[in-house]
Ligand binder design. Structure first.
Ligand code: NZQ
Ligand code: ZN
Length: 388
């Protein structure tokens, strides 16, 4: 049964090959000084930076540069972004990049006018913002996180060995996001497949909980099928616009709150992956792929009906003459085959994790209760060992 819920998503999307033109429609709505947020330079190599600077200038904006946002943005970088915004009286934050730039922009947006340390307030205490929030816009260059249409912001504190996400409300979501699948074509293959697995796992996190006849789960299955099909095409031919556009659109819908409506959600793969990420600084999607199979094999008996449905509906496993356990296990094997085909990491050791990190990663893993089994710390350790 669908529970009670509200659904509202304020982010306006512009999708397609000509979508950057709409920046001209959006920019006049915001103040004069724009903090241009980008990463390590991919936007300069592929020409997007020049195009955006040109549009900003034509719209009479003063541009303040904020570059060097790293994958898994750090608390130190957040503090630098806040300083840049304060020193220049910035009116608007424009993130050009992947989830890291978009997440970072949101973290800056709630911190510029905040009188406290943002790490403590938002990422340790999970307080909600009570100050003026700067508006954020996003030009997305990597499909994966869904950050372009949600309130999520994940920040890493290497000193404390913590990587923590805060899901902010509507007022922090980007005012608009520009999604041009062509921009994703300059992504290295490793980043493309990490993003693809991130999308797939966002859907799994919201699917593997409850076993009602729930419209959200049917939508989730359709999205999973689209991601699987398009990923296999994109791995063969990264220039395939249809596949890249399906992947980009699926990423947005996988985590813009739609498919979690009316049901509980799991998110333990993300908790395990994020904790591993705090220790290894590995690519987000790869940390998820590394822990997924051991986790799902472990919880399968507690949610067997859903794993059977997953096997039949998503992976087309033929159930004839098989027990529920066999069908469910075949579904996970089919998922493993697909993961191998697209080339994501299947172990934490591939990402630089070592046995002596296991206890620390377990300590950094936040245990949630929305899935089929609330894990004990010992079970977390066991799953991490199996993921090594
Ligand atoms: O920094 P540049 O030079 O731009 O290079 C980036 C970066 O090295 C590169 N890249 C991006 N677009 C490119 C490109 N290279 C060539 N051509 C392009 N078009 O890709 C690398 C990774 O980028 P990043 O933004 O870090 O990737 P992603 O989009 O996966 O974002 C990861 C961050 O988002 C968080 C993750 O934890 C991680 O910190 N997440 C945010 C979520 C949310 N807001 O809801 C949910 C997710 O589960 C996730 O936790
Ligand atoms: Zn994710």
């Amino acid at each position: 049964m669908l529970g009670n819920f509200s659904f509202h998503n304020p982010t306006k999307l512009y999708f397609g090959e000509n979508s950057l033109e709409f920046l001209n429609e959006e920019l006049p709505k915001y103040g004069k000084t724009v903090q241009l947020i980008y990463g390590g330079g991919s936007v300069k190599k592929n020409g997007l930076y020049d195009e955006i600077i040109d549009i900003l200038k034509r719209n009479g904006k003063t541009v303040v540069e904020d570059s060097g946002v790293m994958p898994n943005p750090t608390v130190e970088k957040l503090r630098e972004g806040v300083r840049i915004a304060r020193e220049n009286n910035v009116d608007f934050l424009l993130a050009v990049g992947g989830g890291s730039c978009c997440d970072y922009a949101k973290a800056v947006s709630v911190s510029v006018n905040c009188g406290e340390d943002p790490w403590e307030k938002y990422f340790i205490r999970f307080d909600e913002p009570d100050c003026e929030i700067l508006p954020v816009g996003c030009v997305l260059t990597m499909a994966g996180t869904g950050s372009e249409m949600n309130g999520g912001s994940v920040i890493t504190n290497h000193e404390q060995k913590l990587k923590i996400g805060h899901v902010f409300g509507d007022e922090v979501m980007p005012k608009f996001s520009i999604l041009n699948p062509k921009y994703t074509m300059s992504l290295p293959k490793r980043q493309m497949v990490a993003g693809i697995y991130d999308i797939f796992n966002h859907i799994c996190e919201q699917y593997f909980s409850g076993d009602d006849d729930n419209t959200s789960d049917y939508i989730a299955e359709a999205l999973m099928k689209s991601v699987i099909r398009s990923s296999l095409v994109a791995v063969e031919n990264p220039e395939d616009y249809e596949a890249r556009s399906n992947i980009m659109w699926s990423a947005t819908w996988a985590l813009n709150t739609l498919i979690s409506r009316g049901k509980s959600t799991d998110w333990m793969v993300h908790m395990l992956g994020q904790a591993a990420g705090a220790y290894t600084d590995a690519t987000h999607g790869m940390t998820l792929s590394a822990v997924s199979l051991p986790y799902y094999r472990y919880i399968m008996p507690y949610g067997i009906k859903k794993f059977v449905r997953f096997a039949k509906e998503v992976w087309c496993v033929n159930p004839e003459g098989k027990s529920e356990e066999q069908i469910a296990a075949e579904g996970l094997e089919a998922m493993k085959d697909w993961m191998q085909k697209i080339g994501v990491a299947l172990s934490l050791s591939q990402l630089g994790a070592t046995e002596d990190m296991i206890e620390g990663i377990a300590d950094a893993t936040i245990i949630l209760d929305g899935g089929y089994k609330v894990l004990s710390r010992d079970e977390v350790v066991e799953i991490l060992k199996q993921s090594l």
